[in-house]
Design a protein around this ligand. Sequence first.
Ligand SMILES: NC(=[NH2+])NCCC[C@H](N)C(=O)O
Ligand SMILES: [Mn+2]
Length: 337
Amino acid sequence: MKPADAQDLPSVALLGIPLEYGAGARGTLMGPAALRTAGLPQALAGLGYGVTDHGDIAAPDYALTADLQPLAERCRNVAEVAAWTRVIHDRAYEVLQSDGLPIFMGGDHSLSMGSVSAVARRCREQDRDLVVLWVDAHSDFNTPETTPSGNMHGMSVAFLCGDPSLAPLLGGRSFPPVPTSRVHLFGIRSIDAQEREAIHAHGLGCSDMRAIDEFGVSVLMRQFLEGLDPERTHLHVSLDVDFLDPHIAPGVGTTVPGGATYREAHLVMELLHDSGLVGSVDLVELNPFLDERGKSALLMADLASSLLGRSILLRREVGTRRPSLKPNGSNFMGVVG
Ligand SMILES: NC(=[NH2+])NCCC[C@H](N)C(=O)O
Ligand SMILES: [Mn+2]
């Protein structure tokens, strides 16, 4: 997608995914409703977008079939998550055929196995390079073998990068795995021991919270964006509520102290918008049952508005040029821990 100017704004397609089987805590099933109550559709319409709300995906039937049996011991709710992954993939793929930038409203983070796999399939057809920006406290790179919790929302990145043990989740559908060199983790501050080793071994890009403390979100985000080919890139942004500091966003089951501040989070979204590369979005892990008077829902809706171009700038042109700042040669982007 090219940067949108006022007369040429694209449309937005909302898809609700009330999924909670991938998380340890229940309640993310209410996430899509809370994002609507927080005014997300109206906020995007107010920016000038044509907004189509495709409603919520209905809960699919599930069964622990033979192909899933090997996963059952290490993965909680694997039959439910597999059934959801398949319907999410199919529905997301349909929505991707229609016009407009899709926003997948979760739902726990295991939904990205369905949404991003569909985006990957679509990108292959359109000869685009899919790049995934995982904005999260966690790296979600566990596999059934390494998971300490069994919670499948901690395995989405491994699935998307083609972990063979998780392949049965899609039930025969195929998608091009996202090369690990095209995944960038942002805001990370909670990694399990074996997960850390796997991230090193596979060479995923990572701006962890330590790097953000030292260099700031602007330098790191600009460096990430500069590495992308503007002609070929479809950037998928997967935004987990727990990227944010728990003080400003308590409505999530896996809070980790020391998260992004209000302005850091908005600046990330603003820089992403200015890049003109964002092609699809997940808003995940919002748990209204744990929220305080809707404040996390309101913040997520607000961040989505910034990602889609709402600007606090007086002069619009300041924010719409391509990022150009080059930090001087240091290689802090690829380092974890
Ligand atoms: N999307 C999330 N909130 N993921 C949390 C994952 C936590 C932990 N690493 C696990 O595998 O259980
Ligand atoms: Mn996550």
